[in-house]
Design a binder for this molecule. Sequence first.
Ligand code: NAD
Length: 471
Amino acid sequence: MQHVRATYIDGRWGEGSGPELEVGSAADGSVLARFRGAGADDVERACAAADAAWPAWAATSVADRVDLLRRTADLVAKRADELGSVAAQEVGTPVRLASTVHGHLVAATVRDVATTLEAYAFEERIGNSLILREPIGVAAAITAWNYPLYQLATKLVPALAAGCTVVLKPSEVAPLTTIAFFEVLAEAGLPAGVANLVVGTGAEAGEALVTDPRVGIVSFTGSTQTGARIAELAAPGITRVTLELGGKSASVVLDDADLAQAVPASLRGCLMNNGQTCAALTRLIVPRSRLTEVEQLLAEAVAQLVTGDPRDDATDVGPVASAVQRERVLGHVRGALAEGAVLIAGGPDPVAEAPAGGHYVRPTVLRVEPHLRIAREEVFGPVLCVIPVDSEEEAVAVANGTDYGLSGAVWSGDPDRALAVARRLRTGQVAVNGGPFNISAPFGGYQRSGYGREGGRFGLEEYFEIKAVQL
Ligand code: NAD
């Protein structure tokens, strides 16, 4: 079992003063770490440290901050395999993917923030006004358990780049890679107090952080329900909030699409990180005339997937992060079957061949009607809903028919037709015919998927106040 220190405050590691926490292995349920988490007192000290460090950090040159970020990115890249193997255990990400998404992608994102910062125009003229961008001050970052380091790279890193100091509270379910990232920041030479870590519960450490009067902005990733609570807590202090929340993203396959390309790619977009991806393509909207072909392709593709131990190189689909999450996912699947969903592949039975004690769910494909609960609510597990429709018009209406709006995809033999449909989707991102993820593009939600943007220039700009000086 790993010995973990729950706080890094003002450049020093320390034990927490809050409730005891346990980090479990998604793979086999064993205990990876047990420690006292950060309490409200620790959060208070962390905010004081960040507040004290802010004036000097805000006064550093862009060139110095760019250098520090590039050193950080190099150190993350060096530790990518180690970070991947820790994440395989605490998140459940198959190890073949883990060093990429929890290591190299994180390093690339940190590097991208450095490049964005280097080119950024902090000042501009509008008529007789000089427009200045100034760092907000202390930023609070609260992250979820599915991609802890990528979220850190899109919150803490741009905040530091902008000249803010930071207090970060990771999810208590999977904090171990975040702790390693703070070791990296210290090694890269980040001055004391500039980035502070409190590993604690949402109810104690999280609420203390959001309501601390020194915090100027809260950047949150997590569930829509918690996001609403955070916005409510932040309101009396007029504290800014950015919310990256849940999703129910649709992959819209038009009748002229190449199914051999669109169907497997949509399934991968759903099952990535075992379905624990906010932007997962969890609804596959297909022409009813091609439903049989689609379902056959899906059944064949699922039959080839290896579900099991995330530490094994052969694994395609690993466990979800916790027993609670596994029960939530299975509850959704059982509920859908009771409501009339048709099982195409997988199902709620246990994964007999996977290690005992792990939180495994079979990759599952269901045919559903759009009004079913599972077609509207986020599942956050390896479950794909196929929804047949009779026209392009209906496809767009169904795609737009949930409370969310985070991501999506459109497939057509005619790229112009696909783009026209992409324009009609009420969502923060859309991939046309498999257009790849772009770390520099703005990422964020419409509707109940949240507000604010992360990534590239848009992500950096969240951390600025804007001043107009009339000359
Ligand atoms: P969660 O909302 O339970 O927890 C997220 C974080 O908030 C954790 O650090 C938690 O400790 C903290 N928290 C909980 N209650 C709090 C409170 N009252 N005050 C302050 N902090 C509090 O979410 P989760 O289960 O960790 O993550 C899964 C959810 O996150 C899914 O809904 C998923 O879609 C969403 N998500 C969104 C994105 C995105 O970018 N849009 C990315 C990843 C995950």
